[in-house]
Design a protein around this ligand. Sequence first.
Ligand code: FDA
Length: 305
Amino acid sequence: MDALSRDFFLFLSKNRGLNYMARRWGKSVASGTIIGGIDFESSIPHIKRLNEKGIQVTVDHLGEFVTDIQVAKERTQECITTIQTIAAEKLDTQVSVKLTSLGLDIDINLVRDHMRDILREATKHEVLVTIDMENESRCQATLDLFTELKQEFKLVGTVIQAYLFRSENDLNDLNEHQPFIRLVKGAYKEEASVAHTEKQDISENFKKLIQKQLETGIYTAVATHDDSMIQYTKQLAEELNIPKDQFEFQMLYGMRAKTQEDLKAEGYNVRIYMPYGDDWYGYFMRRLAEKPSNISFALKGLTKK
Ligand code: FDA
């Protein structure tokens, strides 16, 4: 896709008025398209269907850039309740969180307290929590908090974005903590001073980070829908004798379902990132920015009762 339409969708993703309107007709885009549902309950049948095929899940309560303390508290409680429901329903799913939804833009002490509350519950029920990576201006704070939490809690992971120049150094710094890392290309609009902007450069760096992380022996997630990156990972693992149980492929819910099943059938671990909740607008626009044909999912959703 051309850079202009990518920028356009990324610009729209930050529009508060459109976000408000989108929430009002959120239900029509919901369940079974690109999100699990407008609440966790309605996502459960979709999770169970994937689990029955041996495909694992990570769920994410949609909502980011929270500036109200009460909302950040509610998001934290939602996350804790979700972990309890995962345990009660015996779902094979982990949880993903965005620090801005838990108060990162309000107060670092607040978000630390919220994460500790979540991780205490996650530890009790043995559910891994991955901290998603947001835009570059929040990367250092996210990695600092992750490093701190990792020393107290085992079941916490985070994300490294291949488009950022800093990512290889970040992996070097993190690896002494034996972290669970999800490697991605990166979804936000970043300045050329901090990030690769050319597709090919991003892919080259992605490959470099995949190799680097797989060679550490630490269990790693490669999150991509890109066939060439999937192929690269498979080939590399074979060449380096890296067993299939040392890494997993991750994809977003509603995308490349056939590829997900094919990978599973070939014996790879596959995990699906399933967002849920009524605050779906920013997420949806970022998916459109990546691939406008993803709009067909939305149109299907809009006609669904
Ligand atoms: P990309 O969009 O670059 O596409 C490359 C090629 O792959 C396309 O040309 C096409 O051939 C094929 N392809 C892609 N999508 C397809 C589709 N739907 N159907 C068919 N073919 C398709 N980002 C971030 O900044 N922070 C985060 O925490 C996360 N977390 C995250 C979790 C998971 C599980 C995933 C999959 C992704 C993220 N991301 C993310 C998003 C990530 O950074 C990135 O923006 C998207 O995955 C898009 O990049 P891809 O590597 O998937 O392929």
